[in-house]
Design a protein around this ligand. Sequence first.
Ligand SMILES: C[S@@+](CC[C@H](N)C(=O)[O-])C[C@H]1O[C@@H](n2cnc3c(N)ncnc32)[C@H](O)[C@@H]1O
Length: 195
Amino acid sequence: MNTKAELVFFAKWLRAPFRVASVTPSGARLARAMAAGLPDGEGLVIELGGGTGPVTQALLEAGVAPADLLVIERDRHFHRLLSQRFPGISVLLGDAFDLESLVEARGKRDSVRAIVSGLPMVPMGAKDQLRILRQALALTGGRGPFVQFSYGLASPIKPSVKADLGLSSRCVAQVWRNVPPARVWVYERDPATDH
Ligand SMILES: C[S@@+](CC[C@H](N)C(=O)[O-])C[C@H]1O[C@@H](n2cnc3c(N)ncnc32)[C@H](O)[C@@H]1O
């Protein structure tokens, strides 16, 4: 990540702290830990909230083929930056709350291997978390995984949301050498669970 991108990120945070939710892009260690949360296998990997692209870069470096990567970013400036930085991948300007319709509008019916999220989940209410996770589960055959980073100690997905959806959570990485230190969480559901 170069200094210019960090400054742009910081300026965005100053203007809309709850939309961007971090003063700086994720560091390479955190981005690699997010990519390591992916299951083996085939299918589309969807990244929500790509920002300036550190997680996108790590997903590509971890072997996700550019054709199998779809990034959804709501901010126009970040969307343009991502499109220029990663010309070989699909970067959609859109809102993660419209996840299913954005994916369906592409026309192709891909199987989805995982959803990887840099969205600011902690400030969201349970209703909004449910809206996003329900769509993520629908796209992944009811199972997940949904990979999310967070700066706090506790799960960024609320216990009530996990209970409503029958999700289990695992903290798969603690990245001390990130600013600020962060944890990576993986949420999954046993598809046999009736929800
Ligand atoms: C904490 S930043 C993470 C950026 C990047 N993934 C990283 O790790 O540095 C959150 C990103 O999510 C985007 N975002 C926030 N809410 C969104 C939404 N509802 N739909 C799509 N993108 C959103 C913001 O514009 C920002 O780029």
